[in-house]
Design a protein around this ligand. Structure first.
Ligand code: FAD
Length: 417
């Protein structure tokens, strides 16, 4: 295979650190040799890829964003995004659910470090998260991140309906989370809730680690979706679940501050779809060159229409990658308006272009390429899910971007209100 076709998902390898290249290579090897061969079965059965998680655990990748001082790999946002994209290239569902796990460490780790806390809160947070990081690094525990509830909260428009009532030594949590990726597979659910105090509003957010085996936790409903079937995102019910104060993955109210000041925290979903976009392109090149295993050796690359189609795919892929990389490297607290707008544009572009590339790949390769014996039709279905994911669906990115293009802070249109 030529260098170009082995190309790092992260563009020019010379611009990467040696550490980033090593992590991406690790993900590529796991993806190619372990995750890709298992993907069809988990897709067919909508089953969770436990063996992939055993591999991630063994490779240390459960701790990719846990600080080095606490036994993790200490990856920053950009490095994580590149590794996640490489995993998504081989198994979208594994990359997406792994993202939910990694986010727990990223939010409690570097993102929390960049926000304001009182000295007491910071000390408390340091000791709480040390317990969770240890559980991940030494105990191999898997965390998930169910925040969707089916109402306006996941889009950031209302307080969480899941309530955490302060009691002696902790909280009692009750509520319902839909689309809880890793349901039945995670050891701990990282649940977003509202502290149940009189007059509570969105600022009274709380991010709590709820053990999967705690009394009052149950997983209900079936899981038979169009795509991303290996994420097993069923419904999580929490009924009067007691958790101690050490369950705080962030201090009370810090999630609200993070959402306002560190918007890149929501952009960790798109690397998976960058990987799927690359996978659709990779497949097309292999198919037209007659290099797909198990297919008759019939080349189709000599037809001008195929060359034009694949060139257009490459253009769209490079546009997507350019925004993906820029956005990954932009992540920091308090981005200026231009950076925030680029972030929405990048997230939208990746989610929409992954679908475009997968659809174009099917049209270009032809009927045999969409048989279930080949990965392309799974990539096509998986790629459809990205732009539906809250808080930044494609529509909501456009909504935010449109307003920010036309209004400066504080501007209103009195005449139409
Ligand atoms: C494969 C997969 C895995 C997932 N994993 C997780 C997970 O691990 N954790 C988790 O928390 N969630 C997860 N989700 C859930 C996801 O983020 C959404 O919450 C879920 O798809 C439900 O969305 P909905 O379209 O029913 O939401 P609705 O709230 O009904 O929104 C419908 C549409 O309306 C629009 N809309 C919503 N609110 C507004 C508004 N205020 N203003 C304007 N337009 C609006 C949006 O564009 C949205 O697409 C997952 C989803 C998928 C598909």
């Amino acid at each position: 295979m030529s260098d170009d076709r082995r190309m790092h998902i992260a563009g020019n390898p010379a611009l990467l650190t040696a550490q980033q290249r090593e992590w991406i290579e690790l993900a590529a090897t796991l993806g190619r040799e372990r995750f890709a061969p298992r993907a069809a079965e988990h897709d067919r059965n909508a089953s969770f890829p436990f063996a992939n998680y055993a591999d991630l655990r063994e490779a240390g990748l459960l701790g990719i964003c846990v600080p080095v001082a606490q036994g993790g790999m200490g990856a920053d946002f950009a490095s994580y995004a590149m590794v996640a994209a490489e995993i998504g290239r081989h198994c979208g569902a594994t990359a997406l659910s792994w993202n939910m796990h990694v986010c727990s460490t990223l939010w409690a780790g570097t993102i929390a470090d960049s926000l304001d806390m009182t000295p007491e809160q910071r000390a408390d947070h340091a000791s709480n998260r040390a317990l969770h990081f240890k559980a991940i690094v030494d105990g191999g525990k898997v965390y998930s991140q169910p925040f969707s509830e089916g109402g306006a909260a996941a889009a950031g428009k209302a307080p969480w309906g899941t309530l955490a009532r302060p009691v002696d030594g902790g909280y009692v949590v009750s509520g319902k989370k839909i689309f809880a990726s890793l349901s039945g597979a995670a050891d701990v659910y990282g649940v977003l809730c509202t502290v149940d105090v009189p007059g509570a509003n969105q600022k009274d957010s709380l991010y709590l680690a709820v053990p999967a085996d705690a009394a009052g936790v149950s997983v209900v409903g079936d899981w038979d979706p169009l795509g991303m079937r290996g994420t097993v995102s069923r419904t999580l019910l929490l009924k009067d679940v007691f958790v101690p104060t050490t369950a705080r993955l962030m201090p009370e109210g810090l999630y609200w501050q993070a959402a306002a000041r560190y918007p890149h925290m929501f952009a960790t979903l798109s690397p998976t779809y960058m990987g799927l976009a690359q996978a659709a392109y990779d497949f097309t090149v292999s198919y037209l060159r007659a290099e797909v295993p198990g297919m008759p050796p019939v080349k189709r690359r000599m037809y001008p229409t195929k060359q034009i189609a694949v060139a257009e795919m490459r253009v769209r892929l490079e546009q997507t990658r350019a925004l993906f990389l820029q956005n990954a490297r932009d992540a920091a607290p308090d981005p200026d308006k231009a950076t925030r707008m680029r972030l929405y544009a990048a997230h939208f572009t990746i989610m929409e272009n992954a679908q475009w590339l997968a659809a174009r790949a099917i049209r270009t390769c032809g009927g045999q390429a969409m048989l279930k014996s080949l990965p392309l039709e799974r990539i096509y279905r998986d790629s459809r899910c990205g732009s539906l994911m809250l808080p930044w669906t494609a529509e909501l990115c456009i909504d935010r971007l449109g307003r920010e293009c036309l209004y400066e802070a504080g501007e209103r249109d009195e005449e139409i209100e």
